[in-house]
Ligand binder design. Structure first.
Ligand SMILES: [Zn+2]
Length: 474
């Protein structure tokens, strides 16, 4: 009890100390907000800057206000002593147009004045009723957004750098002429399911063409999240396969004696329907949103403030589908399908590092997929950007070191990974089968992987696997 203030004078002193601290914090907060605000005013056009400067001199310190408009005016006044303020024009005013307002919109709320999201009914089989995924924060689009995050997955950060460094004009409008998919796909029944596809936009390859009216008529920024192209690919090991007689050139799928392959490729960026993603993991949507908010450094406050928005474009890598043979055969139940689902291992896949056997497995998958296509079926390899069990290369190399300096056994790998990262594996295959549903795959005749996690995730999604093929390591 002796540590408590025992008389009225002591309590008053403590109280007034608290009050004055609070007051200081308010003022600090206001000037911090003003500084942040002034950062954005610097990148305004010259005319906007002049307009803002002509405002009456600010009085941030006298009357703290958190109204960003008021703060913006005050902060851009030349009289302010903010370290971020500058009366100099931006380095390249012509690269900047009025696509960003002077206000930093930290977050929005449902029903807020001017907030008018374009309706989006995930799982509706009519793309017009389903509606486009809109995530852009450009001037004409920001109030119509129905998704959180940004296009490009992890590359969204480079986009931000390009804007910050004046290398990208915000007014730039993509010209999608001749960029249409190089192969037709679907539509399949799963495209109209709320639960079968939750981690990609089934209309992502057609978005600019399906929603052209909105783009042109209302100046809404809509971008594709899937692209489809055709290419040739050449892998040294497949030339050896031809030489060894395992692979026979047919001029169509395996083009020549060098083992060159014809392939149709689908690049897919992640688009998450949050209720569906939560469902896959057996958790509630609120817990998922809270965790995504907290562990991205609070980057996406609308995960918390906009429960009405259900779509999130996460800053992570996507996937690529490599399809051998006619893409239409992937969904044909009358022909055989061979499939490998491969998770990225850059060191082995690209650089041939001998510390693991990922590349030989990948090559085996490609060779078997090509053979299946040559036999009149379909061969598919799906490559997921989930480096080092989705823990990344830094953690991976730490584990390698720990393994080499301890007992270098495969069984140790899991334990050492868990010791370092807290989990054995973060690839969580639960969302992986979405791409199979999207491709119209209803069964897998030959699964070119022995992973139980992948097998179980696919079977749980109602896609039977008839045979699991063990890679023949060569
Ligand atoms: Zn590997």
């Amino acid at each position: 009890m002796s540590s408590q203030p025992t008389n009225g004078v002591g309590s008053d002193a403590v109280l007034s100390e608290i009050l004055s601290t609070l007051k200081r914090m308010q003022v600090d907060h206001a000037s911090l907000a003003a500084n942040v605000e002034s950062l954005s005013s610097r990148v305004e056009t010259q005319s906007t800057l002049s307009a803002l400067r002509s405002q009456p001199r600010g009085s941030v310190r006298d009357s703290p206000s958190l109204d960003p408009m008021e703060l913006g005016k005050a902060a851009s006044s030349p009289s302010t002593d903010s370290p971020f303020s500058s009366s100099k024009p931006p380095p390249s005013p012509t690269a900047r147009r009025s696509s960003v307002t002077s206000r930093i919109i930290l977050t929005t709320y449902p029903g807020q004045s001017g907030i008018d999201p374009i309706p989006l009914d995930w799982g509706n089989s009519d793309p017009a009723k389903r509606g486009p995924v809109i995530v852009s924060r450009l001037q004409h689009t920001i109030r119509r957004r129905n998704a959180i995050g940004a296009h490009g997955g992890s590359y969204s950060i480079y986009n931000a750098l390009a804007v910050a460094s004046n290398n990208l004009d915000l007014e730039h409008k993509p010209d999608f002429t001749n960029t249409e998919p190089a192969a037709n796909i679907g539509p399949f029944p799963a495209w109209g399911s709320k639960s079968k596809i939750v981690a990609m936009d089934p209309y992502g390859h057609l978005a600019p063409w399906l929603y052209k009216d909105l783009m042109l008529g209302q100046n809404i920024d809509i971008r594709p999240t899937i692209a489809v192209t055709k290419a040739h690919m050449k892998i040294p090991e497949l030339e050896q396969s031809v030489q060894a007689g395992r692979l026979k050139p047919d001029g169509k799928i395996c083009i020549n004696a060098q083992g060159e392959l014809a392939v149709t490729k689908f690049a897919v960026e992640p688009v998450w329907y949050l209720p569906g993603v939560a469902d896959r993991f057996g958790i509630d949507e609120a817990s998922l949103r809270r965790a995504l908010f907290e562990y991205t450094g609070g980057s996406f406050p609308e995960l918390i403030t906009r429960p009405d928005i259900k779509i999130f474009l996460p800053p992570i890598g996507g996937l690529t589908v490599y399809c051998f043979g006619d893409p239409a055969k992937m969904s044909d139940p009358n022909v055989k399908l061979a499939l490998r689902v491969h998770d990225e291992c850059n060191g082995s896949d690209v650089f041939g590092s001998d510390i693991c056997t990922c590349r030989p497995y990948l090559i085996f998958g490609i060779e078997e997929a090509v053979k299946e296509a040559q036999n009149g079926g379909s061969g598919v390899v799906i490559y997921f950007r989930k480096e080092g069990r989705a823990l990344g290369e830094v953690t991976k190399y730490l584990v390698y070191n720990a393994r080499k300096r301890g007992l270098d056994k495969a069984s140790e790998y899991f334990q050492r990974t868990e010791n370092i990262a807290g989990v054995k594996d973060m690839r969580f295959q639960a969302l992986m089968p979405d791409i199979l549903h999207w491709l119209g795959i209803t069964k897998i005749d030959r699964m070119l992987s022995m992973s139980n996690m992948k097998h179980d995730a696919i079977v749980q999604q109602g896609i039977p696997i008839h045979e699991r093929v063990l890679s023949q390591m060569r």
